[in-house]
Design a protein around this ligand. Structure first.
Ligand SMILES: [Zn+2]
Length: 104
């Protein structure tokens, strides 16, 4: 079967849940930015197509359901309250203080 880039093939709720759980394992063992990179790599390797929106939903859900430390500034150790798009890292967990500084 030919799978075009970005084409969604038989994507079920169960697969979405499985993919989210894979993301959680990656994000817990490493960092949220790196986990997104790995997920994109896995997607290319196995030809499973998910969209950027799917990935964004997993990142947001992960930050909602877990205690995640802010990754916006390396020295920050506050708990992240949301995520913010970063030009290189994708969606990055960010705390309120860094969000204010980043948008200042
Ligand atoms: Zn912060």
């Amino acid at each position: 079967m030919d799978i075009q880039d970005g084409e969604r093939v038989d994507w079920t709720d169960q697969q979405d849940e499985d993919a989210y759980n894979m993301f959680v394992e990656l994000a817990e063992g490493d960092m949220v930015g790196r986990a997104q990179e790995i997920m994109r790599g896995v997607q290319r390797m196995i030809g499973v197509a998910f969209t950027d929106e799917d990935l964004a939903a997993w990142v947001k859900r992960y930050v909602d359901e877990h205690t995640v430390i802010c990754e916006w500034f390396p020295a920050c150790e506050n708990e992240a309250t949301t995520v913010q798009p970063h030009s290189v890292l994708g969606l990055v967990p960010i705390c309120e203080r860094c969000q204010e500084r980043a948008s200042a």
